[in-house]
Design a protein around this ligand. Structure first.
Ligand SMILES: Cc1cc2nc3c(=O)[nH]c(=O)nc-3n(C[C@H](O)[C@H](O)[C@H](O)COP(=O)(O)OP(=O)(O)OC[C@H]3O[C@@H](n4cnc5c(N)ncnc54)[C@H](O)[C@@H]3O)c2cc1C
Length: 493
């Protein structure tokens, strides 16, 4: 993955690409993997870094979605459970089994959730991660000693998948590149080109590093910009009705003492009727999430004070030691690309399925869905693109396509704090261009501990400047910009 070489390929190419993808999140990069592995020529443009949007800010679960089971959306759960099984097989270096406990404080919870989770096991079929089980109070406390014991009766244990979202995204980008795709970060699609019949036949993008604009031709252009997709749809058709109802979700990261074992907590019904997780992740405890409608998607969203209070209050209902603002190491916010379905007023009831929309000028927009189903979303999008772009029909091969493991290619073994050789690897082989790329998405330090990330930033800037051939002034600009981003991950005490 070399940014300069990819840009060069775009500039030198005279014939149209089979597929141009706009957006470098799970949806867009998944499409690039699918299309390139079928043998199509593919270019992907991301306005910021790969995963800068929602795809680095998820709960990091590869799951069927117990909540959707409660809502009776059986087909969505079954599809996601199947995808969960495939992802474990195709990316074993990043996906693993995680056990969850639903703690029971009322008499009816054990039979109710016990039966529900047995149905979840059944729906997973041969893709199951392990059977669910009803546990006694002592068994629950042996798994999660920090759980509030007041009124605790027992719990139900079940299994789901956990992963590192931004790392999977970078490895998917590498996989797409291995199959010939051309992917450029810091490249913003600004305008759509149309032929004389009014059909989209290419686009113009701006290289955000140099400020230069380039045009490219494409038989099919896919808008995979997630929560931002209405902006691009408006570039295509100014009067278009928005399809996204953006809603943000906040996660708090606490020290591991709050959840010392390897078992996660799942609260199926918070006071306002949502699901809440407390999950061990990279040596920390991750707690979330909220679901707050917002007027419009922004690239670096901020948590609202009441969202933080709500998570702390809910966590206090279940943890023996009440977490406070002083315990929070980092907080991150992501925006769900929820697709509007008629008159839904509550975002928790909006569609979690994905939607494909083709405009009268042939712009294909794909939105919604979730990380777990990115592969299926990509397959559907490329199937539509084949028809739209009059491409030769070729079958999807991603069900059994191994996702690149950088350690097999010589990447240095991961450690909590990136050293010189890690930063150099991220710059040379994973297109890390900024201090934030390294500390937020190639490694996850910013998501885990803001102070630690700020302390590491000067060293990362120095190594990156050496790798990318930047001057000393660039390091200062980088540090200022990183401090600005980091402010969104920090809360007032
Ligand atoms: C709080 C939260 C928790 C979640 N937890 C889970 C979970 O545990 N498991 C799960 O399966 N799913 C989860 N999801 C859902 C999942 O994260 C999303 O469905 C998925 O990441 C969306 O990916 P995307 O590629 O569609 O959007 P994004 O990741 O937002 O990518 C869109 C990209 O398009 C780029 N872009 C926008 N405009 C342009 C332009 N003009 N030119 C070039 N690029 C552009 C943006 O910069 C962005 O990077 C969660 C979502 C949220 C919000």
């Amino acid at each position: 993955m070399k940014r300069d070489a990819f840009l060069q390929r775009i500039v030198e190419r005279r014939e149209p690409w089979d597929i141009a993808v706009i957006g470098g999140g799970a949806t867009g990069v998944g499409i690039a993997v699918d299309a390139a592995s079928r043998g199509y020529s593919v270019v992907l443009l991301e306005q910021s870094d790969f995963g800068k949007g929602t795809s680095s800010r998820s709960t990091k679960l590869v799951h069927g979605g117990v909540r959707y089971l409660q809502q009776g959306n059986i087909s969505l759960v079954m599809e996601a459970l199947k995808e969960r099984g495939m992802l474990l097989k195709n990316a074993p270096h990043l996906v693993h089994d995680l056990q969850f406990i639903v703690p029971n404080y009322a008499w009816w919870e054990a039979p109710f959730y016990g039966i529900g989770l047995k149905v979840y096991d059944l729906l997973a079929g041969k893709y199951g991660f392990g059977p669910s089980e009803i546990l006694s109070r002592d068994e629950v406390l042996a798994h999660i000693p920090t759980l509030s014991q007041d009124g605790l009766r027992g719990g139900v244990k079940y299994h789901d998948g956990q992963f590192d979202d931004a790392r999977l995204l970078i490895d998917l980008a590498g996989t797409a590149a291995d199959h010939g795709a051309c992917l450029v970060n810091y490249a913003r699609a600004a305008a759509l080109e149309k032929d004389r019949d009014g059909f989209v036949c290419g686009l113009t993008f701006r290289d955000e590093e140099s400020g230069t604009s380039h045009a490219l031709g494409a038989r099919c252009v896919i808008n995979a910009t997630g929560p931002f997709c209405d902006e691009l749809r408006r570039v295509d058709e100014p009067e278009v009705t928005p399809m996204i109802a953006p809603s943000q979700g906040v996660h708090l990261v606490l020290p591991r003492e709050f959840l010392p074992g390897d078992t996660a907590i799942m609260v199926p019904h918070t006071r306002d009727g949502r699901v809440m997780f407390a999950i061990p992740w990279h040596g920390h405890a991750l707690i979330g999430t909220t679901d707050t409608p917002i007027p419009a998607a922004v690239l670096e969203p901020s948590p609202q004070a009441q969202e933080i209070d709500f998570i702390l209050e809910t966590a206090s209902d279940y943890l023996a030691r009440r977490p406070t603002r002083a315990d929070i190491l980092s907080v991150f916010t992501g925006i769900r690309p929820l697709v509007k379905t008629g008159e839904a007023s509550n975002t928790a009831t909006l569609s979690r399925d994905h939607t494909i929309h083709i405009s009268s000028s042939g712009l294909l927009t794909i939105a919604g869905g979730k990380w777990t189903t990115y592969r299926k979303m990509a397959e559907d999008a490329v199937d539509h693109a084949i028809v739209l772009g009059h491409l030769d029909e070729r079958p999807c091969v991603t069900r059994e396509l191994r996702i690149r493991d950088p350690h097999c290619l010589g990447a240095p073994a991961p450690c909590p704090e990136p050293r010189d050789e890690h930063v150099a690897w991220h710059a040379r082989h994973e297109m890390a261009r900024t201090v934030e790329d390294v500390l937020a998405r190639r490694t996850r330090v910013l998501f885990l501990d803001v102070q630690a990330a700020l302390a590491l930033a000067p060293a990362v800037a120095r190594i990156l400047a050496r790798e990318l051939g930047r001057a000393a002034a660039w390091q200062q600009t980088q540090l200022a910009s990183f401090a600005e981003t980091a402010a969104h991950f920090r809360i007032a005490r």
